[in-house]
Design a binder for this molecule. Structure first.
Ligand code: SF4
Length: 246
């Protein structure tokens, strides 16, 4: 711990704070990642068999839903059904909705899961694995052709289930990246994702995604970020203000 503190202090003296509103350099980004890795606990992930279809289902359930309720809804689903395209495409819609009820938006989520299950069966013979082994851009495009699947869900499935080099941008990743200067303040999904990917090494993409979420929940909150307590405020381009980068 002493070594880490000394190392952080020495980095702080070597690198000056980036100018407010400017973009981050690779060197600052690396320091921020190191500090977050040393100090922030990453969010607990819902337990799965690391099957891409399960990851897809969990990501659909998690939309606008707290982690605990996502976990409960997935547990309900797993108890009632085998989480496979075969089983869920044939499931009674009302039963599927009942399983997902705790997560909110359960009717539209049940519909998305069922429609996606049918298409995965028809188009991909029931398995997403061949899709995930396509080159990244092709795999993303193919996943996003499924109804209700946007870039974030596609990127989560690709990163978590296939270790493809992409960084999913959820609301926390978007807000924190922009406040820190890791991404352009007015950037859309793709600009934020590509900016983060250009600053970090591919081996760190999963850590970057998870740590920015954890930091956003604990310190860099949407309203009233805790800038005084923030462990990376020295490097933040909106230090003390949180700015309106949501
Ligand atoms: S200093 Fe404030 S705005 Fe910047 S990352 Fe920390 S909490 Fe967020």
């Amino acid at each position: 711990m002493i070594f880490i503190t000394l190392q952080i202090n020495s980095w702080r003296s070597i690198f000056s704070k980036p100018m407010k509103g400017t973009m981050m350099t690779d060197a600052h980004a690396a320091i921020i990642l190191q500090i977050l890795q040393d100090t922030v606990a990453v969010p607990k992930l819902v337990k799965t068999k690391n099957d891409p279809f399960e990851t897809l289902v969990i990501t659909i359930i998690s939309q606008n839903t707290a982690d605990r309720n996502t976990e409960r809804a997935f547990e309900n689903l797993s108890k009632q059904f085998e989480v496979t395209p075969q089983a869920l495409s044939k499931a009674e819609t009302s039963k599927l909705e009942a399983c997902l009820h705790v997560g909110g938006l359960y009717k539209s989520k049940a519909k998305t899961i069922q429609t996606a299950s049918k298409i995965i069966l028809e188009k991909f013979h029931g398995s997403l694995k061949p899709v995930l082994s396509l080159p990244l851009d092709e795999a993303r495009k193919t996943l996003m052709e499924l109804p209700g699947i946007g870039p974030k869900t596609a990127d989560v499935v690709l990163l978590f289930s296939a270790n493809q080099p992409t960084i999913p941008v959820d609301t926390h990743v978007n807000r924190v990246s922009k406040r820190l200067g890791l991404a352009p303040a007015k950037g859309g999904y793709e600009e934020v994702r590509l900016s983060l990917q250009s600053l970090f090494e591919a081996k760190d993409y999963l850590a970057v995604h998870l740590l920015l979420i954890a930091h956003g929940r604990k310190y860099c909150k949407a309203r009233q970020p805790l800038c005084q307590k923030c462990l990376v405020n020295t490097y933040c381009t909106s230090n003390g203000l949180g700015d309106k980068h949501d």
